[in-house]
Design a protein around this ligand. Structure first.
Ligand SMILES: NC(=O)c1ccc[n+]([C@@H]2O[C@H](COP(=O)([O-])OP(=O)(O)OC[C@H]3O[C@@H](n4cnc5c(N)ncnc54)[C@H](O)[C@@H]3O)[C@@H](O)[C@H]2O)c1
Length: 256
């Protein structure tokens, strides 16, 4: 889905978009729909490279900036820079996430904070940084990437990640309730398993195949499937939707 023109003239900011997965696919989809996109990720060189590749492919203005979503000062500086340069941020996609599966009784306090900081506090910090601008303009849209692990135990011993992603669902709903009257919408997308090299290291190939086959639609979810849901929520198609978290999981959320 490109929905050409759906986001014409809009400026989007997305975190963790220089990987191989959902973030990059979402940046590409938003750009093909007409948005100029500021992509961010941990590594400056990789982020700049991906920005250049996406700009060439989509013909949009794509800026790449390094950003660790745990770094409050860097988030403020980046949002200020984008507003000074472009004058607006219409869409924020909070995509950064990480997990460190372990039984709860073997989870260190450091691991607990690392996973919550990236998966949940990062979403909070980015939203806090862009909301004053969106509220002042009386419009804006935020999409938070959660996971079906907010409601289900897909990957065993993933309790901190599951806690963080449940938090994303709650944060999304509560923030949406606060900012709706200012014309700002906040929604979430909860992906099922989207294969990538990191996931393949965590889950044996046979288990991964079984999990896909167990889902009612029995097919593999792609990063583009998630990106299309983000686009649906971000564009006018989502104008009456706020506070929701939509599962994109081939139906796996019912069975995992
Ligand atoms: N892949 C899946 O099966 C799956 C399933 C459900 C939810 N999700 C969620 O989707 C999102 C994207 O995951 P993905 O698997 O597509 O990977 P991805 O390739 O889109 O994103 C991973 C990126 O996150 C970046 N990152 C890690 N820590 C960061 C930090 N502190 N600050 C900024 N960036 C950081 C990495 O550099 C990497 O480029 C995550 O929130 C993840 O939890 C993924």
């Amino acid at each position: 889905m490109t929905a050409a023109g759906a986001l014409d003239g809009q400026v989007a900011l997305i975190t963790a978009a220089a990987g191989a997965g959902i973030g990059r696919a979402t940046a590409r989809t938003l750009a093909l729909a007409g948005a100029d996109v500021v992509i961010t990720d941990l590594d400056a060189g990789r982020t700049a490279k991906v920005a250049d590749a996406l700009a060439e492919e989509t013909g949009r203005k794509i800026v790449g900036r390094p950003l660790d979503v745990r770094d409050e000062a860097a988030i403020t500086a980046l949002v200020d820079e984008v507003l000074a340069d472009r004058g607006r941020i219409d869409l924020l996609v909070n995509n950064a996430g990480t997990s460190e599966p372990a039984p709860l009784w073997e989870t260190s306090t450091e691991s607990w904070h690392r996973v919550l900081d990236v998966c949940l506090t990062g979403h909070f910090l980015l939203m806090r940084a862009v909301l004053p601008h969106m509220i002042e303009r009386g419009s804006g849209c935020i999409v938070n990437i959660a996971s079906i692990e907010a409601w289900t135990d897909v990957i065993p011993d993933n309790v901190v990640y599951q806690t963080a992603k449940s938090g994303v669902v709650g944060l999304t709903r509560a923030t949406a309730a606060q900012v709706g009257r200012f014309g700002v919408r906040v929604n979430g997308v909860a992906p099922g398993l989207v294969p990538n090299p990191f996931l393949s290291r965590m889950i044996p190939a046979d288990d991964l195949r079984r999990l896909h086959e167990r889902a009612p639609l029995q097919h593999t979810i792609t990063p583009e499937d998630i990106a299309n849901a983000v686009l649906f929520l971000a564009g006018d198609s989502g104008r009456s939707i706020t506070g929701e978290t939509i599962n994109v999981s081939s139906g796996a959320y019912m069975r995992a």
